[in-house]
Design a protein around this ligand. Sequence first.
Ligand SMILES: [Zn+2]
Ligand SMILES: [Zn+2]
Length: 305
Amino acid sequence: MRAADPPTDKEVSQLKNEATYSAARLPLTVIPATGLYPSEFFHIHQDWITWPTEDGGQDYPIISVPVKDECKRKTKARGRNKSTVGIVDREEPCSICKRINRDKFQSPSSFEVERQVPVIDKSAVDELWLWFHRYDTIPWNNSLTRLQTISNNLINRCISSYDLRQVFGRRAIKMGISDDIIVENLGLKDKPKWLLEYERRFRPEKTGQLTFQQYLTVINKNSPISVESISELIGRSESAVGNMVRKLEKHDFATRVSQNGKDGQKRDLWDTSVGPDTLLSCPKEECTKKFDTFRGLTAHSTRVH
Ligand SMILES: [Zn+2]
Ligand SMILES: [Zn+2]
């Protein structure tokens, strides 16, 4: 079973200490430092890496993840020491590539261009360098059985390689790296839900109260839209969004559109008939005060009228 929460930084170093050989340490350092998809990590090839050069330019390695590449990941195990012989003797595509893409590695990233992922973390750079000094591809099974066993024994949770990707997101948010760069490094076009959750936790300055105009802007751009999708785009819980859209409905700012889902179930989507610059007016006739929050209007009504 997958862990509910990705490992903390402390747990990652615990796991790393327990991983005695470099094949076991590699995903634990490289994935949290780069946010690579597991399948990308599995397929890293020497050709993907631009190492720093003496003459300056860049001072960290860059992994260029191709959209497609030939897969030669499957080891041809020969000889007595299969794990080492196999590494130098790779020719055939792995079973996953064979099944999905007919012998080609295909990036799961939502970009359709090659993406550049810098490796800034020093220990990840060292591990990578040591590895590629000896081999030119990552020798790894399709499953991270070893990582799962280690984590089960050590922290009583099963850590997957996807969890390690989320560790990257959490670190980057904490380091104050800009959203655009994080999302691009992850190979995504938009922020996933778990990243918004980290943002809420670790960047409180960005998660103060939202005005209803911010909700209207999202609804306006994406209507008709479900509460769930608004929640994902705006980074607030579904219950908070549910409360807000019902308030907007009460003030005729949002309208409910019922649609039949694919499962035949009716579901509510939301549309808006007003622009995102709309302000709330005080309902008292002679009063011309306008507000951009419901709280502001309530406070005014109780104090002034
Ligand atoms: Zn493959
Ligand atoms: Zn008033």
